[in-house]
Design a protein around this ligand. Sequence first.
Ligand SMILES: Cc1cc2nc3c(=O)[nH]c(=O)nc-3n(C[C@H](O)[C@H](O)[C@H](O)COP(=O)(O)OP(=O)(O)OC[C@H]3O[C@@H](n4cnc5c(N)ncnc54)[C@H](O)[C@@H]3O)c2cc1C
Length: 341
Amino acid sequence: MKIQENVSLGELTTFRTGGAARYFASVKNISDLKIAVRFAKEKKLPFFILGRGANVLVSDAGFCGLVIKMEIRGIEVKELLNKKARAIAGAGEEWDSFVAKTVKRKLCGLENLSFIPGTVGASAVGNIGAYGTEVKDHILFVEALDTETMKVKKFSNKECSFGYRESFFKTKEGKKYIVTRVTFSLKKNGALKTDYKDVLEFFENKKIISPTQKNVREAIIEIRKKKLPDVSFVGTAGSFFKNPVVSKRKAGALKETYPNLPFFLSGEKSVKIPAGFLLDKVCGFKGYKKGNVGTWENQALVLVNYGGATTKEILDFADVMKKKVKEKTGIDLEMEVKVIK
Ligand SMILES: Cc1cc2nc3c(=O)[nH]c(=O)nc-3n(C[C@H](O)[C@H](O)[C@H](O)COP(=O)(O)OP(=O)(O)OC[C@H]3O[C@@H](n4cnc5c(N)ncnc54)[C@H](O)[C@@H]3O)c2cc1C
């Protein structure tokens, strides 16, 4: 494995902005990964794991350390008794191709997470979610390299401490681990989740009464294509902010000013408010554009690089949005996208 120098990172991310990595290594197996980590340690440099770059923003000054591009591949499927199955995938496998393979084998569980850009490893790190499903509901184990002991450890689902776009691997203690492989628990011809509003409407319109798993995947892809920008043409990292979680009391007070404010239970005393609603209906940011940066025409939560934007422009734009939401609602929006600096 070759360690390259001064590799431009912009095109390796879906936002397509930012500077170069001082050092860069593509790792295809655990032995490559260990070599890369040892290199960074010897040079006393920080390292950063890059998957598809669909949830990151690279600083304009680049990254003064080693970027490790995760390319550990391999998919293994084991069908067990009672229609149960396990699918094991390398952290560098492309997420949607992996989902497509499970759907082809009629192994249910991941179909609602179709068409999310990224890698298998990052899906566990960020506990991706969409259309009523979170990946944590189907993860059995996560294997990860401990960069201190240089040994691979197997984490149970519980040990991963999954939360909303969170996991142990995002915590201070968990950051020393690099995910190498994930084992998913799936079910042959299992139950499908079609009760999400957009999905229900899709099947109603198409007059499909008993959708199959393949129908669900196709529906999700079609809905996402209509709602979200195509990363092949438009620079974006999807939802820029997390949906804020606030107390029920706070949500009740806001509902007096904004009677249409939607929210979902998120604990005994808290609710989750769609950040998209705050940015669109409360602050009027849908389709707003300034210079090379804007929000997507169909979704104010999705920030877009319309071409030639810098990371600073995107962060400044996001700051304006954050301030307006705070001013109007008192809520502090938290970024979902991670800045590499
Ligand atoms: C158009 C669009 C739509 C999207 N829709 C959704 C959606 O519906 N739901 C959703 O949840 N997300 C969504 N996202 C966000 C994104 O797709 C996910 O966060 C995805 O999991 C990112 O994967 P990645 O491989 O690109 O990770 P990267 O962006 O490369 O990395 C993300 C973070 O994970 C860390 N990381 C990556 N791999 C590893 C590893 N192997 N070990 C340790 N750390 C690692 C990185 O260091 C970084 O901190 C969307 C993004 C876009 C562009």
